[in-house]
Design a protein around this ligand. Structure first.
Ligand SMILES: [Zn+2]
Length: 60
């Protein structure tokens, strides 16, 4: 099961976030969001996502 970065919500398999480099993760997250075109996505804009990938909608 992937962990969600607490800083940017990016889902990660490793212990260092591939999107922002943070090391603080949570296994308690909800709502999978897959961003393919960050520059064209309204969802990405709302969530402040600038890199493509899988993100959690909410992280606890
Ligand atoms: Zn991150």
């Amino acid at each position: 099961m992937s962990k969600a970065c607490k800083a940017c919500s990016r889902l990660n398999e490793s212990n260092v976030c591939v999107a922002c480099g943070a090391t603080d993760f949570s296994s308690r997250w909800n709502g999978l969001v897959i961003i393919i075109n960050p520059e064209k996505s309204v969802v990405a804009e709302k969530l402040g996502i600038k890199e493509k990938g899988e993100y959690a909608l909410s992280v606890q």
